[in-house]
Write a protein that binds this ligand. Structure first.
Ligand code: NAD
Length: 331
C-alpha cells in the first residue's frame, strides 16, 4: 500500500507514521510494515516538527514532502499513485481559533476540499479523515452516537465540522471511499506544549504555575495517541466507505480531576495552580459512544490513563530540548 499522511510531522500524524513504519507499540494491526510506503505532506507550521520523524527519517519506505494541503497544483501532482490518504493536517488548537479563525477555515475547510478534489481525480482508493468529538458541541449527559447532529461551538470545531461535511459530500457525489474518525482528547509524547496536558506538565517541570480555566468542571475523555493510531489503522484497513467511527479512550475526567492527577504525578500542590478566566464558549462536556468501532473492528484502548500519563511525563522529563523552544509559542 502507498499511503499519504498529511500533517505527518505533527503530534498524531507522526505517531501514526512511526507506528506504520516501525511498529513497536500496541497500535499496529497485522499489516506487514514492509508492504507499506508512506509519503508525509506537511507544511511545517509552528505545530509541525521534523524531529518527530527522526526515528524513521532514514527509512527508505518514507518520503517527506514539505508543502501545503491548500496548494492545489502540488496536491494534484502528488496524489497519483497513492492508494490511501490519512488526513491529519489541520490547525488544531481551539484557543488560537478564538484569537483568529481565518487560518482554521483556510486549512481545515479549503485544504480538505483541495485534497478531496485531487483524491477523486487520482482514483485514490481510501480517504480517512481525522476529525474530533468537538463537532457535536457540548452534551450534558449520555454519549454521542455517530448520528448525533453537529453543533460546533468554536471556530476550530466549526471548521472541522465543515470539513467532515465536505468529506461526506465527496462520498455521495463522487463515490470516493471516505471514512471519518472522530476522537476525544489525545495525549502522549510530542504533543505541542500549547495543549493542556503537555502545557501543565512542562510548566510544572519548569517550576512554574499552571493556568486552570474557570471552575475546572469541564469534562473531557482522554485517549492515548497510540490507541488513536491503533483505531486509525483499523479504520484504514477494515472500515466501511462513507462511515463515521468514534474513537474514545475510556477516561472521562473534569479538568480539576485531571489537574489533580498532573499535580500528583509531578509531586506538586494546588498552590501551583493559577485560576484564569474561562475560555470563551467553553464546552462543558464531550462524550463519545465508541461501541461501533469496538463492535465492527475490535477496537479497545490498551493504555490505562495511569500508564499513559507515566510514560508521557517520563518523555517530557527526558526531552526538554524538544519542548523548551516551543514553550514560548503557546497561544
Ligand atoms: P498538530 O497541530 O499537532 O499537527 C498538525 C500538523 O499539520 C502539523 O505538522 C502542521 O505542520 C500540519 N499542517 C497544518 N496546516 C497545514 C497545511 N495547510 N498544509 C500541510 N500541513 C499542515 O495536530 P494533531 O493534534 O496532531 O491533530 C491531528 C488531527 O487530529 C487534526 O485534524 C485534529 O483536528 C485532529 N484531532 C486532534 C485531537 C487532539 O487531541 N490532538 C483531538 C481530536 C481531533
Amino acid at each position: 500500500m502507498k499511503l499519504l499522511v498529511t500533517g505527518g510531522a505533527g503530534f498524531i500524524g507522526s505517531h501514526l507514521v512511526r507506528s506504520v513504519l516501525s511498529p513497536t507499540g500496541p497500535s499496529q494491526p497485522s499489516v506487514d510494515p514492509r508492504a507499506v510506503t508512506v509519503t508525509v505532506l506537511d507544511a511545517l507550521t509552528y505545530a509541525g516538527n521534523l524531529a518527530n520523524l527522526h526515528a524513521v527519517k532514514d527509512d527508505p519506505q518514507l518520503r517527506f514532502v514539505h508543502g501545503d494541503i491548500r496548494d492545489a497544483q502540488l496536491v494534484a501532482a502528488l496524489l497519483p499513485g497513492h492508494d490511501a490518504v490519512v488526513h491529519c493536517a489541520a490547525e488544531s488548537h481551539v484557543d488560537r481559533s478564538i484569537a483568529g479563525g481565518a487560518d482554521f477555515v483556510s486549512t481545515n475547510v479549503l485544504g480538505t476540499q483541495t485534497l478531496l478534489e485531487a483524491a477523486v481525480r487520482a482514483n485514490v482508493t481510501t480517504f480517512v479523515h481525522v476529525s474530533t468529538d468537538e463537532v457535536y458541541g457540548s452534551i450534558a449527559d449520555g454519549s454521542c452516537s455517530e448520528e448525533q447532529p453537529l453543533a460546533p461551538s468554536s471556530p476550530y470545531s466549526a471548521s472541522k465540522a465543515a470539513s467532515d461535511l465536505l468529506v461526506l459530500a465527496y462520498h455521495r457525489t463522487h463515490g470516493l471511499d471516505v471514512r471519518i474518525t472522530r476522537c476525544s482528547n489525545n495525549y502522549g509524547s510530542r504533543q505541542h506544549p500549547e495543549k493542556l496536558i503537555p502545557r501543565f506538565l512542562t510548566r510544572l517541570l519548569s517550576g512554574g504555575t499552571v493556568p486552570l480555566y474557570g471552575d475546572g468542571h469541564q469534562v473531557r475523555d482522554w485517549l492515548h495517541v497510540e490507541d488513536h493510531c491503533q483505531a486509525l489503522q483499523l479504520v484504514l484497513h477494515g472500515g466501511r466507505p462513507g462511515e463515521i467511527y468514534h474513537v474514545g479512550g475510556g477516561t472521562e475526567l473534569t479538568n480539576r480531576q485531571l489537574t489533580q492527577r498532573l499535580l500528583d504525578a509531578c509531586g506538586a500542590d494546588w498552590d501551583r495552580v493559577e485560576h484564569v478566566p474561562d475560555r470563551k464558549g467553553h464546552d462543558a462536556r464531550y462524550s463519545l459512544d465508541w461501541s461501533k468501532l469496538r463492535g465492527e473492528l475490535g477496537y479497545m484502548p490498551r493504555y490505562s490513563f495511569d500508564k499513559g500519563l507515566d510514560e508521557t511525563l517520563a518523555w517530557y522529563r527526558g526531552n526538554p530540548a524538544w519542548w523548551k523552544p516551543l514553550a514560548g509559542a503557546q497561544a
